[in-house]
Design a protein around this ligand. Structure first.
Ligand SMILES: Cc1ncc(COP(=O)(O)O)c(C=O)c1O
Length: 496
């Protein structure tokens, strides 16, 4: 072997030959560091002082226009001034999802390392759709999906992709199920029927519409007293539809409904789907990560038999928006619906075990959502993350026990997977408009206080106050304070 040093001739366009003129868009390293640290300081200060901030500061459109509207500046604005505008006119007016008192809807409470993972993904601008241009980041997504597969108990070989959120994951699954049912025979489309419970998230219904399922064939199946899909009613409806010449192609089961955290009877639905040869999709956007707790694992048993499962790491896995996930028992069925290589992309096709995530969904250009999951999980380890999930569920259960032992409060739906529904119910005030109006006033008063933001729903016609604890900052003392405030406000409110 020749160990003599080779003298390399410089490339014709190398810096030794040409004077490169730096674009003003291309910042030098020191400037990037200075700006980056400034932003880090702003975020760190914000997160560390959350408890001292109000949960929600709203801003009306007219006021917002006054603060921010205007033409794009022709000349640069000083970074100091940009940050001042950000802090005072933008960040000052929003709902602080990671706040310990944010218990409305489904909060997202990211860890700081997960935020940094997102920053790395965008800092490097990884192109996570195609293996050839991002082997490292794509392998991270493969790894993260494999973690999820194991946590959900799906069989080996199941895989999928990360998505913008649960809505996109549901849509990706439903389009794949439609393709499996219709193939190239478009005449079948008008006869497709899909089923989900009357508690199912609106994104499922909307995905059915987008997928071209006739709107009156997106069926809503009744639920039992625990708001779980009635599997017998489902079986009956499928039978009736077949008799009517329709094509039942998809059942969507809930692994934690948004309303109350209810879990549909997974085993019964899986049996039925097998018998009927119907695609089973599980919407676990809210609750599937509860499988990382002992009680959740038991409650969700049977979910792993689904053809596809939606997960939302930006909910219970403590990563920032946007991060959803679709897992498929047979990823080839996703590829059958989505894979497409025009002439200008031919050389990017993959063989063997390398993965082009663009093959499994509608996004070609996609950023590496896996980085935030991977970084947070590595930083903390799963023991701590599982304890965080368990802790959130425990706080919701504690809220339930406080309500059960407090006069003037009533449980409307027990704590399930961190969601708990209750209302104020002073003695002598029965169901009806007056009691609903009182609860509406209590809701407004609680949200006006500052430390809490909760939402409402309607259960069996009753206006219900609803909390959803998915964050690791919310403590027992927070929900105790909330319940005490509810009682105090109800007591002070005039009954009319
Ligand atoms: C059960 C369920 N499915 C789907 C979604 C939609 O998910 P995303 O908001 O991430 O699109 C949600 C959102 O809360 C949900 O709770």
């Amino acid at each position: 072997m020749n160990h003599q040093k080779q003298t390399r001739r410089p490339h014709p366009a190398s810096p030794t030959r040409l004077m490169h003129i730096r674009s003003p868009l291309d910042l030098d390293q020191e400037t990037m560091r200075t700006l980056g640290y400034r932003v880090t300081d702003v975020v760190a200060e914000h997160l560390a002082s959350l408890r001292d901030q109000p949960v929600l500061t709203q801003l009306g459109r007219a006021e917002a226009d006054k603060l921010l509207a205007g033409p794009a500046p022709e000349e640069p604005v000083a970074f100091d001034e940009i940050m001042t505008i950000f802090r005072e006119r933008i960040a000052a007016h929003h709902a602080r999802e990671p706040h310990p008192g944010f218990m409305a809807y489904v909060p997202s409470c990211p860890t700081f390392p997960a935020v940094l993972g997102d920053w790395l993904a965008t800092g490097f601008n990884f192109y996570a759709g195609i293996w050839k241009v991002a082997g490292g980041p794509n392998e991270v997504e493969v790894v993260v999906l494999e973690w999820f597969r194991q946590w959900m108990g799906m069989p080996e070989g199941s895989a999928g992709l990360l998505t913008s959120g649960g809505s996109q994951a549901n849509l990706t699954a439903i389009v794949a199920a439609r393709h499996a049912a219709v193939g190239d025979d478009a005449t079948r489309l008008a006869r497709l029927v899909m089923y989900s419970s009357d508690q199912t998230h609106s994104s499922v219904t909307r995905a059915g519409w987008i997928a071209g399922v006739p709107r009156d064939q997106v069926r809503s199946v009744p639920t039992d007293a625990h708001r779980r899909m009635d599997a017998q009613a489902l079986a009956k409806q499928i039978g009736l539809d077949r008799e009517g010449g329709l094509i039942p192609f998809l059942v969507v089961a809930n692994a934690g409904t948004t309303n109350t955290g209810a879990v549909d009877p997974m085993g019964e639905i899986a049996d039925l789907c097998e018998r009927e040869n119907v695609w089973m999709h599980v919407d676990g956007a809210y609750g599937a990560f509860a499988a990382l707790t002992p009680a959740g694992r038991t409650q969700l048993a049977g979910m792993e038999r689904a053809d596809t499962i939606t997960l939302d790491p930006h909910k219970l896995l403590f990563v920032p928006f946007e991060c959803g996930c679709l897992l498929a028992r047979e990823p080839a069925r996703l590829a059958a619906a989505y894979r497409l290589y025009p002439e200008y992309l031919k050389e990017l096709e993959v063989q063997g075990t390398e993965v082009n995530f663009a093959d499994f969904g509608e996004q070609l250009t996609r950023y590496s959502r896996a980085m935030k999951v991977w970084l947070s999980v590595n930083y903390f380890g799963m023991k701590t993350i599982c304890e965080g999930i368990q802790g959130a569920m425990d706080v919701a259960r504690h809220a339930e026990s406080v309500v059960r032992s407090t006069e003037g409060l009533e449980v409307l739906s027990p704590a399930q997977m961190g969601i708990f529904c209750f209302r104020v119910k002073p003695e002598g005030l029965e169901d009806g408009a007056e009691l609903d109006a009182l609860n509406a006033r209590v809701l407004d008063a609680i949200n006006a206080e500052g430390p809490w933001f909760i939402s409402s729903t309607r259960l069996d016609g009753k206006l219900s106050l609803r909390i959803c604890v998915t964050g690791y900052r919310t403590t027992r003392a927070d929900v105790e304070g909330l319940m005490a405030t509810a009682v105090a406000v109800a007591t002070l409110q005039p009954s009319q």
